[in-house]
Design a protein around this ligand. Structure first.
Ligand code: KG4
Ligand code: ZN
Length: 359
């Protein structure tokens, strides 16, 4: 089985071809970084136009690199939400057009499910597992029971972890995109020079909060003399303290979640981390230690599979298609689409629907 995956939900235009055996035949990611950089963040209208300009050419290149024609494919998977809706439309319309013209199954992929299943593309990972999903828009702990079967254990009550990295980078004059810039600065700094809070640490729930930490970074940055304008020693130390605070909070929440997961499912994990923030090497090391403390393993996709890409979307397509699932060509893209709204697949119904609605 070979699936073409398309990702256009934020500021990366991406196309990839993946097989059911987990072979990545091509995986292209075109970053729009330079187009958004002057604005210090993603501008939805610019993103949508750029996807429109580049997607067709990128798909042609992904197919050529895979050495395949459309006739060799078994399905087309595209991110259908959640995300910036203009961009999502570009990807979904393109996927539907290819599916209709080539009489192939169309798979409307939830971007978060793409992240959630990504570790199964590179690792030998069985259901159920405990997932820490940390991206630019989300910070959640989920029990992943199967494809389409997610139980949310905790979530952020305000900002996402990636958002906190991005805002911290802005406050410290480290530029855009924030996550990798903060990680670089932190690696050259040391902790112990600033006092920052560890929101939610020790609380009974499995929720997160990052807005208090962001405010504390803002106050600390405002008190810097001279003001932060790049990686001065004080900026590097503040970045290191911020990253350590995030690490402490994630470690505390994951340890608690591992205990709760163990009680519910009768096994200690494994703990899986996914989403852009999971590319952070310091946080991966912290989570490895936490998992070991709970007698579990940590499974993390390689960093290039953590940040947005189309291989994870194609893989989610593989996972769905081999369960007999597909989506109708009138599937409407969704700007908001929580994982818990995906239902556990009913293969018989799904196969029937696929036969009826896809050409
Ligand atoms: O999953 P992703 O690529 O896009 C979304 O679906 O949101 O995640 C992007 C987020 C951004 O907030 C970015 O700053 C963060 O992931 N990120 C990182 C690192 N690389 C990306 N955060 C911390 N350390 C990194 N190395
Ligand atoms: Zn993402």
């Amino acid at each position: 089985m070979r699936i073409l995956g398309i990702e256009t939900s934020c500021d990366e235009t991406a196309a990839a071809v993946v097989t059911a055996e987990g072979e990545i035949l091509s995986n292209l990611v075109l970053s729009q970084l330079e187009e958004h950089r002057p604005y210090g963040g993603v501008v939805p209208e610019i993103a949508a136009r750029s996807h429109l300009d580049h997607l067709d050419g990128l798909i042609a290149r992904a197919m050529a690199e895979a050495g395949l024609g459309f006739e060799d494919l078994d399905g087309i998977a595209a991110t259908a939400g959640p995300g910036l809706i203009g961009g999502v439309f570009v990807g979904v319309m393109t996927a539907k057009a290819i599916a209709a013209a080539r009489k192939l199954p169309f798979l409307a992929i939830n971007h978060l499910e793409g992240h959630a299943l990504s570790a199964r593309l590179t690792e030998n990972l069985e259901f159920p597992y405990l997932l820490l999903l940390v991206s630019g828009g989300h910070c959640q702990l989920l029990a992943v029971e199967g494809v389409g079967a997610y139980r949310r254990l905790g979530t952020t009550v305000d900002d996402a972890a990636g958002e906190a990295f991005d805002k911290t980078a802005k406050l410290l004059g480290l530029g855009y995109p924030g996550g990798p810039a903060v990680e670089r600065a932190a690696a050259a700094g040391e902790t112990g020079h600033f006092e920052l809070p560890r929101p939610m640490k020790g609380r009974d729930s499995l929720d997160f909060s990052f807005s208090g930490l962001k405010t504390a970074v803002r106050h600390a940055a405002a008190a810097l003399d001279p003001p932060p304008d790049g990686a001065s020693p004080a900026v590097r130390n503040l970045a290191a303290e911020f990253q350590a605070a995030v690490g402490d909070v994630l470690a505390d929440r994951c340890l608690r979640a591992l205990a709760s997961f163990g009680a519910d499912y009768g096994r200690p994990g494994p703990l899986v981390v996914a989403g852009g923030v999971a590319a952070n090497h310091y946080l991966r090391a912290r989570l490895t230690a936490v998992a070991a403390e709970a007698g579990a393993g940590l499974l993390a996709p390689p960093p290039w599979l953590c940040t947005d890409n189309a291989a994870m979307i194609a893989w989610a397509g593989v996972e769905r298609l081999r369960l007999g699932l597909g989506d109708p060509l009138d599937f409407a893209p969704r700007p908001r689409w929580p994982l818990e709204q995906l239902r556990r697949p009913q293969p018989e119904t799904a196969a029937a629907e696929l036969g009826e609605t896809n050409p």
